[in-house]
Design a protein around this ligand. Structure first.
Ligand code: NDP
Length: 277
């Protein structure tokens, strides 16, 4: 029987992870089956335990369960420990290993696929949930001049920044405090786009020739990317590249081989353009 993997989320119907892992499996000649599982908002741990009991080998975790997955893991990688959030679980008979591949996925998409130079740049991260937690450490490792985290619930952003206490480049603020400030790279790590909403951003945040990156993906511009396009961002990217890159990192953890991501990104982008027509 094929080895079983899944992604847990709520909502999860929009997830492209099953298609991505199916493509990786074909490319790498791996015998596995990967499905999407809608976990009840109050039943994540139960859903994971049921999946493990039925023979599941590993799982990805998406909105809103990444912090709960961190607590559920019995062992964590260093990057997951630092993030306080887990997006990849491996069940190996000796417990639940938690990893976080979001930061590696985002950094690879930004620097390798999109050619962004982060050293010395001004970076704004919107959100302080599970996705933001995974990317702040790797972003700081690339030595931006400044990295600002903004969140509706500012205490949640402070709590995240606290994990990197003593890092001079890292700052926290509220949305009203963004007035008149601009950034070379603005990353939307909120779930606002899932509900067709836009975080309460001033139009001035996009520096001339700036980049806008929405971790959310879908057909056409998200509300954030449409807003960025209207207000001066010249390079716009959705989260498809990050999604495929973080999935490749998870696949490597589970199967010991890293798939070639470029053809899978190209296929997903092609499908998205076709849906737009
Ligand atoms: P969480 O539920 O953990 O966090 C949600 C965050 O979004 C919080 O910071 C919340 O703020 C903020 N938020 C929600 N709605 C709004 C709004 N209308 N305006 C401003 N802020 C808002 O979710 P995750 O962090 O796990 O996921 C966030 C997004 O990133 C999702 O869309 C997910 O699909 C995407 N993602 C994509 C990945 C990829 O590979 N492309 C990987 C990981 C995530 P507050 O705390 O104030 O409530």
């Amino acid at each position: 029987m094929s080895d079983r993997y899944c992604v847990f989320g709520n909502p999860v119907g929009h997830s492209k992870s099953p298609a991505i892992h199916a493509a990786f499996a074909v490319q790498c000649h791996q015998d596995l089956r990967y499905t999407a599982i809608l976990a009840p908002l109050d039943g994540f741990a139960t859903s994971v335990r049921e999946f493990v009991a039925s023979g599941g080998r590993g799982a990805n975790v998406t909105v809103p369960f990444k912090e709960e997955a961190w607590r559920l893991a019995t062992r964590r990688t260093g990057r997951a420990e630092l993030a306080g959030a887990v997006n990849t679980l491996a069940f190996d008979g000796s417990g639940i290993l938690g990893d976080n591949t979001d930061g590696a996925g985002l950094l690879r998409d930004l620097t390798v696929n999109l050619g962004c130079h982060l050293a010395g740049s001004r970076v704004l991260v919107l959100g302080a949930g599970g996705a933001a937690r995974g990317v702040v450490g790797p972003l700081l490792d690339s030595r931006p001049a400044k990295l600002v985290i903004v969140n509706r619930n500012v205490d949640r952003a402070r709590d995240l920044a606290q994990r990197f206490a003593g890092t001079a480049a890292l700052h926290v603020c509220s949305y009203p405090e963004l007035a008149e400030r601009s950034f070379d790279l603005v990353i939307n790590a909120t779930s606002a786009s899932l509900g067709g909403e836009l975080p309460p951003l001033p139009a001035s945040v996009f520096a001339a020739a700036g980049t806008a990156y929405d971790m959310m993906y879908g057909d056409g511009d998200t509300p954030f990317l449409a807003f960025a396009r209207r207000h001066g961002a010249v390079r716009l990217a959705d989260g498809i590249g990050m999604l495929v890159e973080q999935a490749a990192e998870a696949f490597r953890l589970w199967r010991g081989v890293r798939p070639d991501t470029a053809p899978v990104i190209a296929t997903l982008r092609g499908a998205s353009i076709a849906n737009d027509r």
